[in-house]
Each structure stands twice: as structure tokens, then as C-alpha cells.
Design a protein around this ligand. Structure first.
Ligand SMILES: *[C@@H]1O[C@H](CO)[C@@H](O)[C@H](O)[C@H]1NC(C)=O
Ligand SMILES: *[C@@H]1O[C@H](CO)[C@@H](O)[C@H](O)[C@H]1NC(C)=O
Ligand SMILES: *[C@@H]1O[C@H](CO)[C@@H](O)[C@H](O)[C@H]1NC(C)=O
Length: 517
């Protein structure tokens, strides 16, 4: 009980102490120059010490490394539109792939569009916006981009049966898919082509008198795990460790589970006959998939290194992040589609000329990137915070600038009061074929999740898909995980008596934060 009281006091006084420190750190240097943002597809925050992402780690060590950064929703289109407009999925009313904000909710300004309006030449290479309906089949061109977005020609083979299967001795649509690049259709891979194109743009940009905003979207380690074969040797399978808790936690509400249908349906995994929807991956395959996911990440890391050789870091702000994480068998889950840390936590690194390297532990969100970048570049004059009255205006911020936190000293960072909010929709309590990616018309439940430095707390509540309203009083699952005692989120402690006050505090904070948007 003493510990509990201490915690509550800590919660109450920390925000004030933080403000005090914030005053000391108020001077933010404005940087003039270029911006490059690298968005890696489905790259989780890698804490596995056995996997070396040398180039990304170098960028992190020399830059500002946010080690608790979270996506707003663990699905590509909602996360990307949210990050690029600086608005939450609830504001965009996008939880699936099938609406375009300008036509449905408001003519919101995007991050690249804002730079374009401020004299930048803006370029999109590879997957930045999720292609298709959610960006009007144009990646939001011409609003966001000066040139028509580039997509690598070999992307059209992304789902071909090009993986040699040593068991069936056939070419298949496998999950695990190391390849010989020479033998692939088009004799290349999408990320290799995107890299070449991005380097061409960087070379051209040197001779222009306009600054550039270049967004490079790398496709891997998104599934299929297709990458040049040589990378398998960089991640020996005997160095791969299985997840500590590879099964569905006993006290997890069923609504939190998703059946990772896309993984199951790959040819190699389908052949394993894993029972639906709760069956788990065989141990040997858990290791194989982890190995290939990491090999694909090392491949992407090499491409980042090659790209960085062409960037002048004295004149360029570089941001590296991902749209969301990816479960690698933790709690029996694979892929994204959930509110667990492994599906939501992403790398977030800023390299800014003149800024000291720093590691920031405070939880931050991908919607913070927009206000942060424009503050750093000195372009943020008079942009208001979004309130329910003005949240339909083209430009206001739902996130916050991280510029102050970047300069935070250890002490004020530790007591930082920021939290991260994420959400995930479900069609029903019991998992079915629609649970991973429900379409708007099928959504009945929304899981709202808040992450503090110590806890993840989630309420799965009734959601009205026509009025876009929620009923906090009608819940289908409640979860609390304590990251100090349980970093794997394998024990839902919501119903433990001793956490009663923590639950009460976090529930209030979650509802207030979600409702204030
Ligand atoms: C949306 O905003 C853009 C850029 O400010 C503007 O050119 C366009 O006319 C606007 N569209 C509508 C329908 O208001
Ligand atoms: C989206 O595309 C459709 C079809 O090309 C077009 O009619 C519509 O104006 C576009 N929306 C915006 C906001 O540009
Ligand atoms: C999976 O099921 C099919 C059809 O029932 C069977 O032919 C195959 O041998 C099974 N595979 C495994 C690995 O159990």
C-alpha cells in the first residue's frame, strides 16, 4: 500500500516538475535545410541484442533516439494517414483501407504538403502513403508532392509465387522467402529499385536552389519475408531465441486476440495445419520466421546505410521510423493487428544538425512527428492545437512537438508526463476471419490503449460505426500490463486488487485523453 501511495503522488507531481524543467530547456534552435524521412514497413522496435542493425543503430547513437515511440493503430493505412496528417484515426475516421480524408472528413494539410507550401521540393519514393483508396489512388498527389510519387516497377511481383520451397520443390507464395535476386522477375527487388531512385533524387537535388523534403518508404520487413538470400547467413538461426511466452495468456480477454490470417494463408504456413483461431506456431517455424524477419530487417538496414552515404547530415534533418511493429510469436501472436506493445512500438530516430545525441524514454506518438519537424525547421508559427471546435480546419495539431524533450536531461526525461494513445477495432469478441482487418461496416468494438512509462492499459468498448461514437460503459475486455514486472505483457493484472487505484487512474486518463480530441 505504501508503494501504491508513492506511485499516486508521483503521478500527481510529475507533470508540474516537468513543466519546471521545460522552462529551462525552452530555446530550440531552428534548422534550415533539407528533410529526409525514412519509413520502414512493419519494422518493430528491435530490442533483440543478437540482431545488429548497424546503420540504424549508428543513426540512433548520433541522433535523438526515442525508445518508447508508438503508432496510433497497428495497421498500415490508418497509421500512415495518421502520422502524415498529424491526426488520430478517430479524427480521420479511418480504421481500414477504404476512405480518403479529403473526401470524407476534411481537407487536412499533410506533413509533405506543408513543406511544399513552404518552398520545398517534395518527393515520395516507395511506400509512404498506403496506396489505393486511402490516398485516392495517387498517394495524395498533387497536394503532398511536387512530383508524381515513385513506385518501384518490381513491386508488381510482390505476391507472385517466387519462393523456392525445399519441401515441395516448387515455387510458392511462402512467408519465409529468401531469394536469388538475379533470378527474380525484373532481376531486382522493390527496395533495391527505390534506393536507386532515391539516390538519383539526392544527386539532382544538389544542383537545385530549393531545399528538398524526401520521403523514402522501404517495403521490407513486411511479409512476404522476401530478401536476398545472403542475409540469412547474417542472422544464424542458432542465435535466434524463441519468445519467452509463446502462448495465449490465461487472463487475456478474447477480444484482444487476432488470428493472424495473412500469415496462416502463406503457402508454407498453410501446410502446417495450425488449428484456427488459437493454435500456435510450431517451435521450429517460430525460429525460422524470426530469422527471416530479422534477415529482412538487416537487408533494409544495409539499404539505409547506402542511402545515408548520399545525405549531407550538416544540412539535412533525417527521421527514421516505421508505421507499426510486428509480433514475433509473443503471446502466441504474429503480425500486427493488436494493441500489444510489440505491434505498436516503433523505432523513432531524429538526426538534426546542431543537436546533441540523446536517448528519450518518455512515451511519444507518431502524430508528434509533424509538429516536431516543423518546429525544428522554424515553420510552426501560430499553428493551434486541435480542439473539438477547430478540428475540421486544414491545419491544427493533435500531437505535440518533441523538440523540448529532445534536449531533455536524464532527470526531466525520466519524470516526463507524456503518454501514448493507440487503438484497434474488432468486429466481435471471438476471433474470426474479419478480426485482423475489419472493414468499417463490420466494426463493433474499439480497443483504446494508453501507454505510460510503466503501464499499458486497454479498454475494449462498444463502437458505433455509423455515428463514430463509443460507449465507455459497455466494455468487452479490460487489460493492464506492468512493464516493470512483465515487459512481455504476458500477465493481465487488471483484476488484481492491488492495482485497483492504478486502474482507476489510468481509466480516467485514457477516457479524458481520447474524448478531448
Ligand atoms: C483543399 O486544400 C487545397 C490546398 O490548400 C486547396 O488547393 C483545395 O482547393 C482544397 N479543396 C477543397 C475542396 O477545399
Ligand atoms: C479523388 O479522386 C477522384 C477520382 O479521380 C476525384 O474525383 C476527387 O476529386 C479526388 N479527391 C480530391 C480531394 O482530389
Ligand atoms: C495437413 O493436412 C493435410 C490435409 O488434411 C494433410 O494432407 C497433410 O499431411 C497435413 N500436414 C501436416 C504437416 O500435418
Amino acid at each position: 500500500m505504501v508503494v501504491l501511495k508513492g506511485l499516486i503522488i508521483v503521478f500527481i507531481i510529475f507533470p508540474f516538475v516537468n513543466k519546471l524543467f521545460a522552462l529551462v530547456n525552452m530555446n530550440i534552435n531552428n534548422v534550415k535545410g533539407n528533410v529526409m524521412i525514412i519509413i520502414v514497413d512493419d519494422l518493430r522496435h528491435l530490442e533483440d541484442k543478437s540482431v545488429k542493425l548497424r546503420n540504424i543503430e549508428k543513426l540512433a547513437a548520433n541522433g535523438i533516439n526515442f525508445v518508447n515511440a508508438f503508432a496510433q493503430q497497428a495497421l498500415c493505412a490508418p497509421s500512415r494517414n495518421s502520422m502524415l496528417t498529424g491526426r488520430r484515426p478517430d479524427t480521420l475516421r479511418l480504421y481500414d483501407f477504404y476512405s480518403y480524408w479529403r473526401d470524407t472528413v476534411g481537407n487536412f494539410t499533410t506533413l509533405p504538403q506543408y513543406f511544399k507550401a513552404n518552398g520545398y521540393e517534395t518527393y515520395s519514393v516507395g511506400k509512404i502513403f498506403h496506396p489505393g483508396e486511402s490516398s485516392n489512388y495517387t498517394d495524395d498527389f498533387p497536394y503532398s508532392w511536387s512530383r508524381f510519387p515513385y513506385h518501384p516497377p518490381t513491386e508488381k511481383y510482390k505476391d507472385n509465387a517466387v519462393c523456392y520451397d525445399s519441401i515441395t520443390r516448387r515455387m510458392q507464395k511462402n512467408l519465409v522467402c529468401p531469394v536469388k535476386v538475379r533470378k527474380q522477375p525484373g532481376h531486382s527487388l522493390p527496395d533495391l529499385q527505390s534506393l536507386e531512385h532515391a539516390i538519383r533524387i539526392l544527386k539532382e537535388a544538389r544542383n537545385k536552389n530549393k531545399p528538398y523534403f524526401l520521403a523514402v518508404g522501404l517495403h521490407k520487413p513486411h511479409i512476404p519475408l522476401k530478401f536476398p538470400q545472403k542475409y540469412l547467413a547474417r542472422v544464424p538461426i542458432n542465435k535466434i531465441s524463441p519468445p519467452k511466452f509463446p502462448c495465449k495468456p490465461v487472463d487475456m480477454p478474447t477480444v484482444a486476440w487476432h488470428p493472424w490470417t495473412d500469415v496462416r494463408h502463406r503457402d508454407d504456413i498453410a501446410g502446417l495445419n495450425i488449428s484456427y483461431p488459437f493454435g500456435t506456431m510450431p517451435h521450429e517455424w517460430t525460429l525460422r520466421i524470426k530469422q527471416s524477419y530479422h534477415a529482412a530487417a538487416v537487408y533494409v538496414d544495409d539499404l539505409v546505410g547506402l542511402l545515408m552515404k548520399h545525405v549531407d547530415l550538416r544540412k539535412t534533418v533525417v527521421v527514421l521510423t516505421s508505421d507499426h511493429g510486428w509480433s514475433l510469436g509473443e503471446n502466441g501472436l504474429w503480425a500486427k493487428y493488436s494493441n500489444f506493445d510489440v505491434a505498436l512500438k516503433v523505432p523513432l530516430i531524429f538526426s538534426i544538425p546542431g543537436y546533441q545525441p540523446n536517448v528519450v524514454h518518455a512515451p511519444v506518438e507518431l502524430i508528434d512527428i509533424f509538429p516536431t519537424l516543423i518546429e525544428i525547421m522554424g515553420l510552426s508559427q501560430n499553428i493551434p492545437k486541435c480542439k473539438s471546435i477547430n478540428n475540421k480546419t486544414p491545419l491544427c495539431f493533435e500531437g505535440k512537438s518533441l523538440a523540448e524533450l529532445m534536449k531533455a536531461t536524464f532527470i526531466n526525461d525520466v519524470i516526463g508526463d507524456s503518454v501514448a494513445i493507440s487503438q484497434y477495432p474488432r468486429p466481435s469478441v471471438s476471433p474470426n476471419e474479419k478480426s485482423d482487418k475489419p472493414r468499417l461496416k463490420d466494426i463493433q468494438i474499439m480497443g483504446y490503449s494508453i501507454r505510460t512509462r510503466r503501464y499499458r492499459y486497454t479498454e475494449w468498448v462498444s463502437f458505433n460505426n455509423i455515428l463514430f461514437t463509443k460507449d465507455w460503459n459497455k466494455n468487452y475486455g479490460l487489460e493492464l500490463y506492468d512493464h516493470i514486472t512483465d515487459p512481455n505483457e504476458a500477465h493481465n493484472i487488471y483484476y488484481k486488487r492491488k492495482y485497483k487505484d492504478i486502474v482507476k487512474y489510468l481509466s480516467k486518463l485514457l477516457r479524458r485523453t481520447v474524448d478531448s480530441q
